[in-house]
Ligand binder design. Structure first.
Ligand code: DX5
Ligand code: ZN
Length: 221
């Protein structure tokens, strides 16, 4: 399992220390949540903060844009050295164009679905995506409860990807912890984003290791 801790739950007064802790951990990507107060009812942080994180980070950056018109910022995200640029399907009228633009800018193209958006909206664009992220909470805030329907939705997305011959990775974001993570591993998730379950743990690095060790069915052994 790949693990992408979300810095939204970090201590913004000690960001460098939290990034250094993640550098030492088994985390695979650093997940960075950008919010504009329009697409979602909250504002988080923007490019200057991500640039500061990028100076210290030794892991690839997974930038999750919860903003209108994310395509306006493709070059800026690429300039930060991001590995993944995740845009919302609901924010992109011309999703095919946006995803191909992200790949042309040298990043992995990620597309994210809100809990209410059906996976069949991606039927004709899966080959343009390297990562498909399912929101398991309504985006905008950390620390929300996991929406159980996501488990079955991951399984249906896996079927769609197999049927289409797509190698896109399945990422899940929101309310992920040991328990929901185990269910998601069984359903076919490849990457788990975890904010509060990591940063509120007594030992964040251990929590990351536990999530990292989740593989289909093995956690029940
Ligand atoms: C929510 C963000 C998430 C958030 C997850 O809109 O996209 O990445 O940080 O936080 P938890 O893991 O606490 O639900
Ligand atoms: Zn996110």
């Amino acid at each position: 399992m790949l693990i992408a801790p979300s810095l939204l739950s970090a201590n913004f007064g000690h960001l460098h220390a939290d990034v250094q802790m993640l550098n030492k951990s088994e985390a695979d990507w650093l997940h960075l949540d950008v919010m504009d107060g329009v697409f979602v009812p909250n504002i988080s942080f923007g490019f200057p903060v991500i640039a500061s994180i990028a100076e210290v980070a030794q892991k690839p950056l997974d930038v999750h844009l919860m903003i209108e018109h994310p395509e306006k910022f493709t070059a800026r995200v690429a300039d930060l050295g991001a590995r993944v640029m995740n845009v919302h399907q609901e924010a992109c009228i011309h999703l095919h164009r946006v995803l191909t633009g992200i790949r042309q800018a040298g990043m992995l193209a990620g597309v994210t679905l809100n809990p209410a958006t059906p996976i069949n909206t991606l039927e004709d664009v899966v080959h343009e995506a390297d990562v498909i992220m399912l929101m398991s909470v309504n985006p905008g805030f950390g620390g929300q409860s996991f929406i159980p329907n996501t488990i079955e939705k991951v399984a249906r997305l896996k079927e769609l990807l197999l049927r289409k011959g797509s190698k896109a990775l399945i990422e899940v974001d929101g309310g992920v912890n040991r328990e929901t993570g185990a269910l998601l591993a069984d359903a076919g998730a490849d990457i788990l984003v975890a904010g509060s379950s990591v940063f509120r743990a007594t030992d964040p690095q251990r929590e990351i290791s536990i999530l990292k060790s989740l593989t289909p069915n093995t956690h029940t052994a």
